[in-house]
Every structure is written in C-alpha cells, then in structure tokens.
Design a protein. Structure first.
Lengths: 136, 183
C-alpha cells in the first residue's frame, strides 16, 4: 500500500528554488550580523572607556591603601633583616597577609578584567561593524 | 550528508564563515521545498526559507552536534511557517493542527489505491491538486514521510508531537488523500 503512495510521490515535481533566494538569505544574515555587531560595539566601547578609568582610579586607591598599610615596611625587612624573618617566617607571613591591600587589589583586578573583556568585544565588533562580513 | 552538515557547523563555530554559506547552500532546496509544500505559495515559501536560515544562524551555537541536524532545521522551518501564516492571513491555528492525535485502534489502514485511480493519480498535477485540498497538517506529514523520507519518530520531533499522534495523523492523511483521488 505504501509503495503505491511512495511511487506517486516519487513522480511529484519538486518545486524549483527561486533564483537569487540563496543570495537573499546570505544578504539577510549579513544585515543581521552587522546590526548585532554595531549593537555590541555601541555597548562595549563605552564600557571599555569606563573600565580604563576604573583601572586608573582603582590603581591609585590600591597604591594609597598599600602606603597606609605598612606593607612596604614589612617587605623591606626581608632585605634588611633576613635572618630574623627566617626564624619567624610564619608570623611574618601572617603580618604580610594582614597588611595586604586586599580590597584595593580586588578592585584593581576586577577593573583590569573588565577592561580586557570589553576591549576584546569592542575590537572584535569594530572589525565586523566597519567591514562587510563576506559569507560567500 | 548529516555528517558533512555537522562538520560544516563545527567549522563555522571555529570561525570559518564559508562553512555557513555552504551549509545553507546544501539545505536550501530542502527547506524551500518543505515550506512550499505547506504554504503552496512562492513568496511565503521564500519568506519562510529566509527566516528559517536567519534563525539557524542565530542559534547555531546552541545546536547539539549529537542530534539530527535535518530534524532540527525542519523543526525551525515548521515553527517559522506557523508564525508567518498566522501573521499573514486570517489563519486559524486549528486548521494546522486539528487533530488531538489520539491514536485510535479502530482507525482502519487505508486500502491500497485501485489501479485506475493509481493510473490517474500518476498524473503529477492530480496529486499536487489533491495535496492542495487536504489540511496543512496532513500535507506536512505526507511530505515529510514520502518526499523527505523521514521516519515517524523524526516527524514527531519536527512537529513536536508524540509518535502515536504522528502515526494516527498519517493514517488519516492517507485516507483523506485517497478520498480526494477517488473523486
């Protein structure tokens, strides 16, 4: 029974694909891709600028925090009194950790990562925004 | 063919934009033919085809390479066709899916076509006209089964219907077609 119907459908003429449909599909995707790129560029370029400002500000904050923490004094002891450091290395390490500018360093690291990420997306989409994507 | 399509997808995801163009070229006829069979309108079929491949491009990163690409592609085409037909005209969704799909044990297998009807129906226009007179749901199932050589399970995936529903609608579609061809 199915063979009858299969034979019928085998004889059915397949509709021919209209000329230029392929080109119009590619063109449509190209338009959508450029639109998406422009949008990402418009969002991430300002973010990259803001991140770079945040990097500068957070670095200054971290430097101030370091100066106030006494970390540099602890570090200089390594060169001036290395022997004592070796004897009390555990306590020295604890002091180093306690005086480390953790908050400032975290802010700075976060700002650097945000800058790197937003720069990556910005440059990637700057290329496709300003040049045609060639799909074929 | 399926392997080649998946290789093209993998290549595209690694940055080869030519791979997407090739993928589209390889599957353009499949999608267009399917869209045309449902809508029976060249412009609608073109719109559906274009929109389908745009959706493929948008979602290709989410495609599971372990799955069947053709059923995924035709599933997108199916949903796109429904959306477009709904927007374009006074389209009653139930026209497209008017069967609750309960698989009934009492549905008798459609009888084979008598030779005289078969001979008449071999005239291509007759079958095409008959397909135009049955519901889009039935036309879709027959097209996927006989023209695209898909299994009922694959058809169920494309149409998001249980297997028994597809089988039930398949039997009904053959009955409907036979009735029209017999007239």
């Amino acid at each position: 029974m199915e063979k009858d119907y299969q034979k019928l459908f085998d004889g059915l003429v397949s509709p021919s694909v209209p000329a230029r449909l392929y080109d119009s599909v590619l063109l449509r995707i190209d338009v959508e891709a450029r639109h998406a790129s422009r949008l990402k560029f418009a969002v991430f370029a300002p973010l990259a600028f803001l991140s770079s400002v945040a990097v500068v500000v957070s670095f200054q904050y971290m430097a101030r925090e370091t100066a106030q923490s006494g970390l540099s004094e602890y570090l200089s002891i390594i060169f001036s009194d290395g022997g004592t450091i070796l004897s009390y290395w555990k306590e020295f390490l604890v002091s180093l950790v306690e005086s480390a500018p953790v908050f400032g360093a975290t802010l700075f690291l976060g700002a650097v990562l945000a800058l790197m990420g937003s720069l990556r997306v910005t440059f990637k989409n700057a290329q496709t925004t300003f040049t045609h994507i060639q799909l074929a | 063919m399926e392997t080649h399509d998946k290789k093209l997808i993998a290549d595209y995801l690694e940055g080869d934009t030519n791979a997407l163009a090739l993928l589209i070229e390889r599957n353009l006829k499949l999608v267009y033919r399917y869209a045309f069979r449902i809508t029976r309108d060249v412009e609608d079929a073109k719109d559906i085809t274009q929109e389908t491949f745009v959706k493929v491009w948008r979602n290709i990163g989410k495609f599971d390479l372990d799955k069947n690409f053709r059923t995924w592609l035709l599933g997108i085409a199916h949903n796109t066709a429904i959306d477009l037909l709904r927007k374009k005209r006074n389209f009653v969704f139930s026209d497209f899916d008017n069967d609750d799909g309960n698989f009934s044990e009492t549905i008798v297998d459609p009888a084979p076509l008598p030779p005289e009807i078969f001979e008449r129906a071999e005239k291509k226009e007759l079958l095409d006209d008959a397909l135009g007179q049955i519901s889009p749901t039935y036309r879709e199932i027959l097209t996927l089964y006989y023209e695209e050589d898909l299994t009922f399970a694959e058809i169920g995936t494309i149409l998001s219907k249980p297997l028994n529903t597809v089988k039930s609608q398949y039997r009904r579609s053959l009955s409907a077609l036979r009735k029209i061809l017999s007239e």
